[in-house]
Write a protein that binds this ligand. Sequence first.
Ligand SMILES: [Zn+2]
Ligand SMILES: [Zn+2]
Length: 349
Amino acid sequence: MKALRWHGPKDLRLETIEEPKALPGKVKIKVEWCGICGSDLHEYTAGPIFIPASDPHPITGEVAPVVMGHEFSGRVVETGEGVTRVQAGDRVVVEPIYACGKCEACRKGKYNLCEKMGFLGLAGGGGGFSEYVTAEDYMVHKIPDSISYEQGALVEPSAVALHAVRQSKLKVGDKAAVFGAGPIGLLVIEALKASGAAEIYAVELSPERKAKAAELGAIVLDPKEFDVVAELHARTNGGVDVAYEVTGVPPVLTQALESTNIGGELMIVSIFETEAPIMPNRIVMKERTVNGIIGYRDVFPAVISLMDQGYFPADKLVTKRIGLDEVLSEGFETLLKEKNQVKILVKAE
Ligand SMILES: [Zn+2]
Ligand SMILES: [Zn+2]
């Protein structure tokens, strides 16, 4: 079968590899759609980050080259011995987290913080940019017929956004600001709508992303037009209750913090490449809190239910559909060049 494998930075190859087998405890899935994620792009331009390039991953035992793709939907074609959650013919999505089950984080149920944590599609074990993939029984979640396979491919990135909002102190009726309206920022806007935020502000420079945020119902503020901190304080009578930082740009961190109210919260959703200094008095003098999340845990069923109600809509968020043969030229390279792309989905045939 065809599969896209990471051999090194700027070295992804579409290759023919052996089809995976439904070994005991594993579910074999025919992939329908797989999204290209920001972390896939990072592995492409500046990896390895999550990919085991020299030492085998402690859980999968694999080392590069590895098949990429962790945001996918598909149909179960075969189940290995002992599989109980699904059967052949089921429509599914995969929660692609490998966790050891033994470390302190795992024992606390925080499996996304496992010390050996790895992603299927980055750490080995196959991936969604291929015709077939096998996943562990515990990773697989069924989706109802009302959720299309395209929509299903958005469950994984939407889970990040929903986890961010659920871990924040946002309450129904609160005001929120999202700094950065890239793919995850837009999904945070959807998660905020689903969580009952009364006013959602999106702070963004790019005209295309501003338009998308507005289409999803956010009030858009352009930092070129306003002092956004002053503007947010004026519009919300003293600041938002929670600000979500989704840019990874150091100066934005302070802006996001400063845009919050007395006792407000800054929730950091992005990963930073450098230090981002904050004057501690900005936290102390207003008794604000600073929080952060990575990945998700225990939210796939909630995301699937919310999608059934129309949240995280694929028709607004998927901007391009391509075949596996064009994944590099029309997928990875396009995402690096075009800011108007939100999610590009890849179909393996
Ligand atoms: Zn992802
Ligand atoms: Zn663990």
